[in-house]
Design a protein around this ligand. Structure first.
Ligand code: PLP
Length: 414
C-alpha cells in the first residue's frame, strides 16, 4: 500500500484544520460573488470547545463545496483544502485498492452508487455518440438479473435500452449460453454498442460477476463494448478479502468502477465514489458551466466537501491493515453463521469473499424474518430469499438468537 496509511488522531486533526484554513473564511474575508456560506449560526450551534475534538463537525460548519472533478484541470480555488483531501481518497482507491497506474485515472465523490453508475452509463453513451456516431437505438445496456435497480434508472434517464441476463438460481452466476444467445439476438436487431454493468457483489446475494466472461462473449460477436464494475457494496470488501481478484484497472476489460463509502465504510450518506480510466470523463463535459472555475464533468453540481473529509478520515484512521482486520472480523462472523446453517442443513448462497448470506425462504418463517429484520428479495409476489449482512452491529450473539429460531422452525416443518 503506497498511499493508504494509518495516521494518529493528532495528525488527522491537524490535516483537517489545515484543509479548512485554506477554504475561504467567510468571517474575515468578503467574497461578494459567492452564493455560499458557512452554516447559519442563528440556527445551528457553530461554536464551542466541543468542536476541538470534532474535525468532522467543524468541517460541516465550514461547509466547503467540492463542486467539480479534481483529478484533472482546474478547480474552484476557494475550497482547495477539502478538494485536496478528496484527491487523496481517490488516489488510495484507484492506486492502492484497484491497481491503477499513477495519474492514469479520474474520479470524484458522487452522491452515491446510483449517481456513480449513471455517470458511467452517461460517459459511455456519449463516447459511442462522439466516436462512432452511434444512435441511441444502436446502444444497449446489459447486466445480470441481480443488478441494482439504479441501472434501470440510468437506462430510463439516458434513453438507452437495458437487457437483463438470467443467472443460475443456486449459484447466482450468469448463464453463459443465455448471454451468448441474447447478444446474438440483440446484434440481429441492430445493437452494435454495448454498455456492460458487471457486479462486484450484488446487493441481495453478494455474488460477483466475471467481467472477462462478458468481454469474451462480446469479442466473439465482434461488437463494441465498455465494462463498468458496480462495486457499490463490495468495493471496500472484495478486493481486500480476495487478493487474487482481477477486477481492477490492471484488467484491460475494466474501464470504470463504483464504490460506496456510505455502506461498508460507514461514512455519512452522500458518499459514493466514481473511478474511471483517463480520457473517458471528458465525454460528459458540460461546456455551458461557465461560472464554475474548472471543467464540469459530474452529474451532481455543488456537493459537500465535509463528506469528502469524512471519507478521508475513515480511510486514514484505520489504514490498510486496520481495515483488513475489520473486514476479517466480519468474514469470521460470516463463516460462523454459515457453519451453523450447514449444521441445520439450511440452504443458502454465499460468495466466500463476502459478508452476505442469503437464505432460501423455505427455511425462514415470515415472523422470524420480520423480528430479526432480515431483508426479503422482493416485497411483492412470491419471495424466495432472505439476506443477512454481517456489518459492525451484527454480532454473533445476535446471530445466535436468529439461529435458535431457525432451529425451532426446522423441528416444526420436519
Ligand atoms: C446500494 C447499491 C447501489 C446504489 O447505491 P446508492 O448509494 O443507494 O445510490 C448500487 N449498486 C449496488 C450493488 C448497491 O449495493
Amino acid at each position: 500500500m503506497k498511499y493508504w496509511k494509518k495516521y494518529s488522531k493528532e495528525k488527522l486533526i491537524a490535516r483537517i484544520d489545515d484543509a479548512l484554513a485554506s477554504t475561504i473564511d467567510f468571517q474575515n474575508s468578503k467574497h461578494l460573488g459567492y452564493p455560499v456560506s458557512k452554516l447559519d449560526e442563528n440556527v445551528f450551534n457553530t461554536s464551542g470547545t466541543f468542536l476541538n475534538n470534532s474535525p468532522l463537525l467543524k468541517s460541516f460548519i465550514a461547509n466547503p463545496n467540492n463542486i467539480g472533478c479534481h483529478t484533472l484541470g482546474k478547480s474552484e480555488p476557494a475550497f482547495k483544502g477539502s478538494q485536496e483531501l478528496e484527491k487523496e481518497v481517490i488516489q488510495v482507491l484507484a492506486v492502492d485498492i484497484f491497481n491503477a497506474k499513477e495519474n492514469e485515472y479520474d474520479g470524484y465523490i458522487a452522491t452515491g452508487g446510483t449517481e456513480a453508475n449513471i455517470q458511467a452509463l452517461w460517459i459511455y453513451r456519449n463516447y459511442y455518440k462522439k466516436n462512432f456516431n452511434a444512435t441511441l437505438n444502436e446502444m444497449v445496456i446489459i447486466s445480470s438479473e441481480d443488478t441494482h435497480y439504479s441501472v434501470h434508472k440510468g437506462s430510463n434517464l439516458l434513453s438507452v435500452d437495458t437487457v437483463s441476463i438470467p443467472v443460475d438460481f443456486n449459484s447466482r452466476e450468469i448463464i453463459i449460453e443465455e448471454l451468448d444467445t441474447i447478444i446474438s439476438n440483440l446484434k440481429a436487431n441492430g445493437k452494435k454498442y454495448f454498455l456492460v454493468i458487471s457486479n462486484m457483489a450484488t446487493t441481495m446475494f453478494g455474488s460477483v460477476d466475471n467481467p472477462d466472461m462478458y468481454a469474451d462473449v462480446l469479442t466473439k460477436h465482434q461488437v463494441a463494448f465498455k465494462i463498468h464494475v458496480d462495486g457499490a457494496f463490495g468495493g471496500f470488501i472484495y478486493p481486500i478479502s480476495n487478493r487474487k481478484s482481477t477486477i481492477n484497472f490492471e484488467n484491460p476489460n475494466v474501464s470504470s468502477i463504483t464504490i460506496d463509502a456510505h455502506k461498508m465504510l460507514q461514512a455519512p450518506y452522500g458518499t459514493g465514489v466514481f473511478l474511471c480510466r483517463k480520457n473517458l470523463i471528458e465525454n460528459v463535459l458540460t461546456k455551458e458551466a461557465q461560472y464554475v472555475d474548472g471543467m464540469d464533468l459530474t452529474i451532481v453540481g455543488s456537493r459537500s466537501g465535509a463528506n469528502a473529509i469524512a471519507v478521508w478520515m475513515i480511510l486514514f484512521s484505520y489504514g490498510y491493515y486496520g481495515w483488513f482486520e475489520k473486514i476479517n472480523t466480519l468474514l469470521l462472523r460470516t463463516e460462523w453463521f454459515c457453519n451453523q446453517l450447514n449444521d441445520l442443513r439450511i440452504e443458502f448462497y454465499r460468495n466466500p469473499f463476502m459478508n452476505i448470506v442469503t437464505l432460501k425462504s423455505d427455511y425462514v418463517p415470515e415472523h422470524t424474518a420480520k423480528k430479526f429484520g432480515v431483508v426479503p428479495q422482493t416485497h411483492e409476489g412470491e419471495n424466495k430469499w432472505y439476506k443477512v449482512i454481517m456489518m459492525d452491529h451484527v454480532e454473533i450473539d445476535d446471530l445466535l438468537k436468529f439461529v435458535e429460531e431457525l432451529k425451532a422452525y426446522q423441528k416444526v416443518i420436519s
